[in-house]
Each structure stands twice: as structure tokens, then as C-alpha cells.
Ligand binder design. Sequence first.
Ligand code: GLA
Ligand code: ZN
Length: 708
Amino acid sequence: MPFPHLLHGGDYNPEQWIRTPEVWDEDFRLMKLAGCNAISLGIFAWAMLEPEEGRFELGWMDTIFDKAEENGVQVILATPGGARPAWMPLKYPEVLRVDQYGRRQKWGGRHNHCFTSPVYREKCQIINAKLAERYGQRPNLILWHVNNEYSGECHCDLCQDAFRAFLRGRYHDDLDQLNHAWWSTFWSHTISDWSQIEPPSKIGETQVHGHTLDWKRFITHQTIDCFRSESEPLRRITPHVPITTNLMMGGFTDVDYYKLADACDVVSWDSYPSYHDRSDDWLGPLGAVWTSFIHSQRRAMKDKPFLLMESAPAMQNYKPVCKLKRPGLHAVEALQAVGHGSDSVLYFQWRKSRGGVEKFHGAVVDHYASEHVRTFREVAELGKALAKLDGVVGTNAQPEVAFIYDYENRWALNEAAGPINGKKDKDYDGVVREHYRPFWSNGIGVDVISQDHDFANYKLIVAPMLYMIRPGVGERLERFVTGGGTLVTTFFSGVVDESDLCFLNGFPGPLRKLMGVRAEETDTLYDDESVAIVSSRKNGAGLSGKYAAAQWCDLIHAEGAKVLASYGGEFYKGWPALTVNAHGRGRAYYIASRNDARFHDDFYDHLVRQLGLSRALGVTLPEGVTAVVRGGYVFVLGFNRADVKVNLSARAFRDVLSGKRVSGKVVLPRYSAMVLEPVAKTQARPPTPRRAGSRANRGRRPATSPAR
Ligand code: GLA
Ligand code: ZN
């Protein structure tokens, strides 16, 4: 996008205020005050754009475009497919979804179209073409925002037929291949005609894992197909305008977002962390650590900056207790996105709705529509800060570390009955987070990738619970290690293939030779149980003394790997708990159990030093603080409820936000951030911005980048 500043603004729904257009003028006055330069327009405006089938009313949108242009505000124009006007389903019921019980849904809600329906697709194309024809040449149109947060599934006849066609393609029209992949002889589930296949349903089949996995793959496939169909008129009429669709918050994993991202020109997503719940703001399931992780995934998806398309400038109204955002946190959260690769800070929404389910959702402009309120002031403050950061726009990162976090793997893990079930399920996200946290605390940026991603550019790949290994991935990991890379994987890895069929001849399946271990059995523990892990003397992995393992314990045999720690209890006392295998020029670590935080700190801190991985500030940061480098700036982000001291090491910086020079030990007040620009001892040196694009240009260790 040819825009030289960070985008600041967000979802703008002027159609809600069409009866009082003076509000629109006030909006643009306030946008200026808040330092907002972008709006996402028309996301749920279909009923106002096409009040009757084929009758279009775009006058009000013309006015908004004019006002935006007069005020220097960029427009991200949405296509309105996220919610259909009432006339459509009443005339064409096929646009409505059918649920897994076979019930056609009624009109209402949103995000509930059948993504196969030819009528829905056609109606989307008509309105999208209208928008593209009318606004495609507007100078302030910078991006298409297609639909909204694609999600869900439909079981109508059209979708069922499309599912069968998808399967015919996948299995080369050969039912025998399908029956093998689904292991359908179990419980007499052999399919003898394609017409017998139905989607998973609670009143039908949910336990044939190959079937469930293929259904999930189909949902991704069909979602992308629908997205492409909606995008078709935009690509045809406005080939110069890039296209995105906003991905949902980090906890949403029903669509394989790596694949959806491939179909977009720009990745954008909606981040709604859960701050101020009972746990620390940085640690929880939707805390700051996880948010950094997902930002890193969004950036790595296209190896270029992404957009933060939605975030809450104040309270988000769907949490169990909707705490107000504590002062300062909003800026930290926004700068966290920018530091991790976002070229925008956009909100849901600009002005608070007067009615409807989101009337209490935080917005930049409150019901008391004044600039003299805390939220507005904080947004305006942030607007000033973002205006100082033109230097980061378009810059990328080149992490030395990658995490494999794979949707199909997650689906397969969570489907499996055993070896642990219950409320936490397999807790893939929790395990991944535990392994990622030491990198966050060390200020080490990561790429978050699927197992299909190129591995060549990393020094270290961490692949927790790599349960499913698709064809070729074992070999590619082997090549990565042979070439000098370091691989870390854990318990319950290399168990099934892409159809969820267990590998025969020993786990971790295709990784067995590379890891130099064989997992014979996997024990699981109750929440209140643990087993000691005893580090070997001279383990060379930074471990000392004992640690505790919980929930998962693989019982492994070393087959060439060196044992670095062993179990200290249970009937498997003395069995290996951590191993390393030298392979080619690299090494492969197998962590056999789910270990405590101290284990992860010791193990990864040592690995970081051993591999010479570059840390944003060259130090381990206090709890609740991370640092990330982008475009030569160091973003120091504090998510603590109390002030902490941060050691900036011996280097001198200028804090771009405060303008002050800082060095040595500084106090980072509660919920606050610094954006540090390195300065030479005698004179200030501006950072060298690096643009995204060629890998060589990815901003790796620029002249001004911080020391290891
Ligand atoms: C989602 C949607 C928005 C809005 C917000 C509320 O991200 O895309 O329309 O509902 O949630 O947090
Ligand atoms: Zn359908």
C-alpha cells in the first residue's frame, strides 16, 4: 500500500448515524484531533447500500468518501458480505446456512451465509462490482476489506455436494483410497458410494478422524473459494487495489489461516487480548505473550508487514467481566502490534453504537461524544506517538527462530480420544506458549509457521507437540538439521500422518532417526500430579538439579541420542526425559515431558547463548516485559501492573515517544512502552528504515540494530 504513515483509525459505520448527518462532520473533526488517518468503511452496510434487490443507494457513501478525502483520511473499503439484508434470504433461502442437525437457519445475526450458495456469491459479486466501479478510482481508496471474519460451516445440500467433490479430488476419484485414509473398516464404516458421505454431525458421524479432518480441510477450501469469488470483481475492476480479509482473534483456529493468507495480498487481523482477568496480563491464554506470538504468525504468513484491522480502544463487551483498560495499556497493546510488524492500529469501532449488541463495546468516540474523556485522550496521545514512527512503515524482520504452529496438527490433536481428555484437552496452545515464553522474555523475535513453510532461513526451529507430520516434512526437518539447524520437539510428536493414521514402526515416526529416540508409550497425569526430572551431570544444556513434569510423559528409549535428563519418579524412573541427537552439522532435542517454567528458562536461555541468537536488548527482561526490534527501533513493552526496572545494557538510546535520552537501568512504569532509537555516543543517528521485499532487505541486524 502506497501510504507512508502508520494507519490509525478503524471500523467506521456512518450508516448508523444516517438520520443525523451532522454527526459525520463531528466524526471527521474528532478524527483529526485523535490523529486518525484511516477508516474501514461499509463492513455491515449492505442493507443501506442495496435496500431492495437491485436498487442501490450509494449517495451517503459518496459523501463519506468526499469527507474522508477532504480530511486526508484513507479508506479501507469493505465489501458487505458479512451480513445480508433481509430481502435476500426471504427470496432466496439457500443463502442461509443449514446446521449439523439439518435445520435451515432463519435470517438474523451475521457471518452465517452458506459459502457455497451460487445466489449468495452472485449477490456479493453484484454489490462488490458496484462498489469497485463507483469508488475504484478514488485516490484515498487504499485497500479492499472483503467480508468480515470468515468462520463457521454449512451442511446444506449444496455444501454436501461440494464436500463430496472436494473428496473426489483429494482421493483421485478412488473410494478405496478414501476408505484407507479414513480407516473405515473400524465399526463397519466402509463407504461404497460417494453419495453415502455426509459432513460430521452430532447426530451422525464425529469419530472417524480422517473424515473430520477432511471436513475441516474442506471448510478452509470452501471459505477461500468464496473469498476468491467475492474478490473476483475487485480484481477485475480495480487490479491496482490490494485485497485483505480480516482474520479473527488468536484463539480462532477453525480455518487454516496460512492458506487463507496465501489468497490475500495483505494479511490483517482482529486482536482482542484478555487483559485484566485474574491471571497476569502477559501470561494468560489471550495475554501479551500469546498476542506477540500471533502477531509474529501474521507477519510471517506473507513475510511482510500485516495490518491490525481491529482492536478495542477501551472495554471489549464480550468478556465475562469487562474491565476497563487500565491507563497506558492501550498504547502498549498498540505498540506491541506495530513492533511485531503491523503497519496500522485500527479499532473496532470509531463511534459507539447507540443500540444493538455492541452498544457497550469500547469505541474511540463514546456515547458522550467528547474529546475530553480518558479513552479519547489516550487514543489521541497514541496518534501523536504513531505519527513519529514513519520509519517503521513497510519494514520487516528476519527472525532466526521459527515456531511450527500448525492448524491441521491442532485439529488432529484435539480430535484424538486420549491419551488425555477433559477440560484442557491436549492444550496445544498452552504447550506452545510455554515454549515460546522464554523467547518473549529474551526479546527474541520469531516466525510462526506451518509445517509446509520453508525451513532454510532459521537457526532454530521449535515444534512442540508435532503430532501430525505430513508427507515430506520429516525429510525436510532432517535436511534442516543436517545443514546445521537446531530442532526442538516434544512428547507426542510424530504420531500420525496427514490422515490421522498412526505411524507404524515406532514414534516419533518420520522423526525417529533424526531425534535418535523411540517413544514406547505416553503416560498422562492428573492436574495435581507431577514427576521429577533429574538433569544429568555435565548435561551441556544449561540444566541444573531437578524440575517438575506435568500432564504428559513420553517413555522413550535413546537410540543414538545422548540423554541429558531422566525421570526421577514413577515406574519409569531413570528413563530419558531430555535427549539430544547430533545429526549432520546440527542437533535435535527431544523433550519427553511437559515441564515447568524453570526448565524452559534454563533450557532455552542456554540454547539462546549457545546459538548466539540476537536479543533485542542483549539481556533477559524482567517478567511481564518484552522487547522487539523493527526497522532499527527497539520496542520495549511492559505489561506489568507495577513499575519494573529494565536494564538497557551499556547502550544509549533516545526514546522516540518522550524524546528523552535513556541508558543503563531505567524504570518502566506500569503498562507503558518505550520505542528506542539507538544513538551514537556523541551524536544521534537516525535508524535506517528497511522495507519489506527481498529477503536481503528484511532488516536483519541493520547498522543501528542492538547488540546481541
Ligand atoms: C469482531 C467483529 C467486529 C466486532 C468485534 C467486537 O472482531 O469483526 O464486527 O463485532 O468483534 O469485538
Ligand atoms: Zn451451504
